[in-house]
Design a protein around this ligand. Structure first.
Ligand SMILES: *Cc1c(COP(=O)(O)O)cnc(C)c1O
Ligand code: SF4
Length: 336
């Protein structure tokens, strides 16, 4: 019997994602040029502070031209404020993570183990702890997965395996297949969760082989996307989301609350509505990790709480994300 392929809804034969990945913009001057701000070199810091620009061209195409405050541009453009040293913002803001990620598995929460499957991302988000910890590149080797999974084997409490990073979908599909094949050694695992920004920033990654792999997994599947603003979603992202759902995944989204990007009730409400239109439910709204070079993105807790109150007043409950902060040592994300 011939069945429709899970990506039947993807409108055009997608360009090869690896090519698009390689072809990302990495030169700040080129990015400014591409968004009609070629004459605004004054926006750029004297150097990249050790964290290079990287953004796929399809994502750049969703930015408003000529607007230095564009919410997508602000997430990726190196800024002078990254060089400010602000008390409380440290290299080790997620020290807990960087330390324990040494062997590639974080088992902090009951029933869930998180695997650092890859240290790579298609986009470099300026607010990310990755700016100081390009950890995990070496962890992605299959041998490390085996060791990591071996460690979990004896733990019958683990119901869910979370692939995170970096971005786990940066791995080639055969690597993902290899990884999930070894999950057969963990029969207690019934759910696979994937934390990924790729279907948003490079939706071409959601291609036929990926969908075939996902659809064929004998597990419940959850894909947690990462979008911070409604403008990040366009028709190509809609198509990728539809295909992921057809392949059997439940789609959720996590956002980071970012000053200048999404710190107003309209932006957050629009994001929730836009996500739902794409078949995605808002899950978490994270308070920023206090990582050195990101203080200019921080929204204070009072403002954050007022924003979610305002969302609660105007949206159905299922479109209001949970406002949380990650606190080292806590048994779960801490609600504000
Ligand atoms: C965030 C996180 C999880 C998942 O937490 P949920 O509340 O289930 O989304 C699991 N493990 C680690 C180490 C985490 O940081
Ligand atoms: S995609 Fe996620 S892990 Fe990668 S740089 Fe952005 S926030 Fe960090």
């Amino acid at each position: 019997m011939i069945t429709a392929s899970p990506s039947a809804r993807l409108s055009s034969p997608a360009a090869d994602w690896r090519e698009l990945w390689r072809n990302a913009i990495t030169d700040p001057a080129e990015l400014l040029q591409a968004v009609g701000l070629g004459d605004r070199a004054d926006l750029l810091p004297p150097d990249d502070a050790g964290f290079a620009l990287r953004v796929p061209r399809g994502f750049v195409a969703r930015m408003r031209r000529g607007d230095p405050r564009d919410p997508l541009l602000l997430q990726v453009l190196p800024q002078r404020a990254e060089h400010d040293r602000v008390a409380g913002f440290t290299l080790d803001a997620v020290g807990d993570l960087s330390a324990k990620a040494g062997h590639g598995v974080l088992h902090k929460y009951d029933g869930r183990a998180l695997l650092i499957a890859s240290g790579s991302c298609a986009v470099n988000c300026r607010y990310c702890f990755r700016r100081h910890f390009p950890y995990g590149e070496e962890i992605a080797a299959a041998s490390h997965w085996r060791e990591a999974l071996e460690r979990l084997r004896a733990d019958s409490s683990i119901r869910e395996l979370i692939l995170s990073g970096g971005d786990p979908l940066s791995l080639a599909t055969p690597k993902l297949e290899e990884l999930t094949r070894s999950l057969a050694e963990l029969p207690q695992v019934i759910r696979l969760r994937i934390h990924t920004r790729l279907p948003v920033v490079l939706p071409e990654r959601v291609d036929e082989p990926l969908l075939t792999w996902l659809a064929g997994l004998p597990l419940q599947k959850v894909v947690v996307l990462h979008a911070n603003h409604a403008n990040e979603l366009d028709a190509s992202v809609d198509a990728a989301c539809a295909a992921l759902r057809e392949a059997g995944a439940t789609l959720l989204n996590q956002s980071v609350l970012l000053r200048g990007v999404n710190d107003d009730a309209d932006a957050l409400a629009n994001l929730s509505e836009r996500l739902f239109a794409a078949g995605v439910l808002p899950y978490y709204l994270h308070q920023l990790d206090r990582v050195q070079g990101t203080a200019h993105f921080e929204v204070d807790d009072g403002t954050a709480l007022a924003l979610t109150e305002s969302l609660r007043a105007r949206l159905p409950g299922y479109l209001v994300p949970r406002l949380v902060r990650e606190v080292a040592g806590d048994p779960a994300k801490r609600p504000l």
